[in-house]
Structure formats: C-alpha cells, structure tokens
Design a protein around this ligand. Structure first.
Ligand code: DP6
Length: 421
C-alpha cells in the first residue's frame, strides 16, 4: 500500500436517478437476498429533477466506514448496507494513481475504510423513492472507486440487496427487473428495455400529496402481504407475467393506450393487494383517489387515454402524460382542483420543468384562479376545490442512468480530509 504517512484521500462522485414502477414489485421470495416474487418494469426519472448525488472516499486515515445523508451522519450498521459493502469489497481490484502516489491492491480493500456522503436533490420527506436512487448511487460510486470490473447488470444485483427497486436505477429509460430463478439471486438483475430517448414524448407530473400519516414501509408492508394476501399469490403467478409481456410490447411500439391501461391497472392491483393484507394497508388517501377520478373521467371523455397514473407505497401520484399537450391540459385540471395555499407562489408550487406551465398558459396565481373547470366535471354542482391538499408538483420526463461527476466542486466530501464539506 502507499506510504501511510501521506494520508492521501481518493474520491469518486456519482449521480443516480430514481425510478417509478409501472409494473410493481411487491413481495419477496427471499427476504435477505431481496428476491422478488414477480418481474417489474420501471421508468427512470430525469436526474435533473430527482436524483441522488453520492461522494465516496477511501483513505488510510479513516478508522471506520461512515456515512452522511443530507448532511447528517447515518449509521452504516444495517444489514443491507453491510451486504452491499461486502459484495463490492470482494470484487474490488487494484487501483493506482501515480500522480498522487496511491497504490491500492485488491487485498488492501479488505482493511481500508470508506466515507460516503449522499444528497437528494428533492425533499426526503416528500416520500419519493429515495432508497432506490440512494442504494443505486452507493453501489455505482463505490464500484468505480474500488475498480469493480462488473457490468451494470451485475452491479444491479448488488444494489438489489440494498433495496429491491434500487436495481432498476442502474439504467436510464425503461428498465425491467428480472426476478430470476436461482436461489443465490445471481440471475435476479435489471436489464434495460429501451433508453430515455426511445419515448421522449412522455411527460411525467408528480403530485406530492400533503399527508401527516406515517406510512408502513415497503419492506414491512410487503412482508405482511406475502404472509396474508391470497391476491398477491394470484397476482404474481397469473397476472404479472402476462402484463410484463404486454408492457414490453407497449413500450417497444410506443403504444400509449396500452401503456396507460397497464400502468393504471397494475397500480390499482398493487393497492388492492395492500387492502387484501391483514391488517390492511392504506397507502392512498382521499386526495390520491380524487386524482384517480379526475384522470379516469378525463381519459374517458377523450375516448383514449391522455394520462396514466401510478402510486407507490404512499399517497403521491405519478402521472405519465402521453405528450406535452396532454401534460399541459393535465396541469390545468390539477391546478384548478388543487390550488396552492393562498400565500404560496406558483414557482414553489410547480417545480422541475416549468415550461409545462407556459404550455398550460399559467404564469402566476391570477392565472390559476382564472382557470375554468375541466369540461368533463362541469356538471358537478357545486364544484369543489381542494386547496392545500397537494404540497407541490414536479414536472419531469424519462431520464438517463447513473453518471460520474468529475467536477470536484460537485463532490460532497472534502478532497483533503475526506469529511463532509
Ligand atoms: C411500491 O424497493 O422500497 O415502490 O426491497 O424492501 O427495500 P425493499 O422495498 P422497495 O419497494 C418498492 C415497492 C414499490 C414498487 C416498486 O418500486 O416496484
């Protein structure tokens, strides 16, 4: 190993996207290896709007593995972190940086400690899948630091052991997590179905729903479902295999009506499984149900789907619009039904790609107040609005997979000390 007295620090920074499942993963056949009972398919979301940035560092001066999440120290003692670290260490290779006089051999990695700092560019409290981007970024960045010579598929199998949905964040675009058959999980990996440019008409609007309720974690929820839901067994054996084939076809053919039908049906069935669990799990709330009803009515009145909805283990809606025009019309409807609190300004209510607001003809709060009711719900009298029931919207699109950030100003750890900046 290099001269200990030099106390060098070697760092890597990476950025990894989050993803939203359109065919859901719910239920494990192996809890510790995180092996799913069915395949799942997701869309990777544009990291410009939702992503995790992680810096990992190694130095002979570190006396233990440590991690900081959004600036606060976070214990790395959990089994899932330990498993990912162990898998990566066992695959590490020699690293040599002549300029800095650093030479690390494959064997050195067993004794060297790492520092990890991670930051989400979206509020963690929003209940958006942060563990997917988080574990994917941890695995991707450590693999680079440790010179792990594995393809993204193999890395996805490591990220999977941190959090199931994380394996799908190793790729951009449209991704399938193949459940696999092997007991050791070696064939339970993510594969890319199509990259983010394949279907770039799609626009994604996330409605972050106000909620005070503490939700059941996905891990606990799916454990209860596996133990008690008969519907889950039927879904995994009979329903999902057919849907996976149909969804792959729909994505390949840019067939939005099929994509939307399958996405909505699968979200609804996942929530039906939650209700079929004992005790029942309620992830959606009244606001979620109102959003579903708004989309269903509009889609029906148009004669073909304009927007698909999907909900994970929480009340937030992820809405996939077939194109920019549909996204603008969707935003008009949602802003009409769910105006922000009176003191909120529009720029902090609609985040992400704000150009959709322009398309919707909404520049400021006055425009929001002047919106007319969607024609398909005009007959509802009196027409109710639900002010403040949505915290904010994020407009985004399908996005790319993980990337390395070479600019040191983007690193979260100090390059001299290896501690958070
Ligand atoms: C509803 O990946 O968070 O978002 O594997 O226990 O960490 P663990 O669960 P997690 O579950 C995600 C469930 C879901 C559906 C999905 O993303 O496919």
């Amino acid at each position: 190993m290099a001269d200990e007295s030099k106390k060098w620090v070697l760092m890597v920074t990476a950025q990894t996207p989050t993803n939203i499942a359109v065919i859901k993963y719910w239920g494990k056949r192996d809890e510790s290896l995180i092996l799913a009972v069915n395949d799942s398919i997701s869309v990777t979301l544009d990291p410009e709007h939702l992503c995790t940035t992680t810096t990992v560092a190694v130095s002979p001066s570190f006396d233990q593995d440590r991690m900081w999440l959004n600036g606060k120290e976070f214990p790395l003692s959990g089994g899932r972190y330990q498993r990912c670290l162990k898998e990566l260490r066992s695959r590490a290779s020699d690293v040599e940086v002549e300029k800095k006089g650093i030479k690390i051999t494959k064997k050195d990695w067993e004794n060297l400690h790492v520092h990890i700092a991670s930051y989400n560019n979206f509020p963690t409290a929003a209940g958006l899948a942060s563990s997917a981007a988080g574990f994917a970024c941890l695995v991707f960045s450590l693999a680079k630091l440790m010179n792990v010579k594995e393809d993204p598929g193999k890395l996805s199998a490591i990220a999977r052991q941190g959090s199931g949905s994380a394996c799908r964040s190793l790729y951009g675009g449209f991704v399938k997590w193949v459940m696999g058959k092997n007991d050791n999980g070696s064939d339970s990996i993510a594969v890319q179905l199509a990259d983010e440019k394949h279907w770039d008409d799609l626009v994604i609007v996330i409605a972050v729903v106000s909620s005070r309720q503490k939700e059941t974690s996905s891990t606990t929820g799916m454990r209860d479902s596996i133990e008690t839901s008969v519907l889950l067994q039927h879904r995994a054996k009979e329903v999902v295999p057919k849907r996976i084939v149909q969804m792959e076809e729909a994505i390949k053919n840019l067939d939005f009506p099929s994509f939307a039908r399958l996405t909505c049906a699968d979200s609804n069935q996942f929530h039906a499984v939650c209700l079929d669990t004992s005790p029942p799990i309620f992830y959606m709330n009244d606001t979620s149900h109102r959003i579903i009803s708004c989309v269903e009515k509009w889609n029906r009145s148009e004669g073909s789907p304009q927007v698909a909805y999907t909900f994970d283990a929480g009340p937030n809606a992820v809405l996939v619009a077939k194109n920019r025009k549909a996204a603008a019309l969707l935003l008009q409807r949602l802003l009409f039904l769910f105006p922000p609190q009176s003191d909120a300004d529009l720029s902090s209510y609609v985040l992400g790609d704000k150009s959709i607001l322009q398309d919707a003809g909404v520049k400021d709060m006055k425009d929001v107040e002047a919106l007319s009711p969607p024609p398909e719900i005009k007959n509802n009298n009196p027409l109710q609005k639900y002010k403040g029931d949505i915290s904010y919207f994020i407009c985004t699109r399908p996005g790319r997979g993980p990337v390395l950030l070479s600019d040191e100003s983007q690193a979260l750890l100090n390059s001299e000390t290896g501690f958070p900046k």
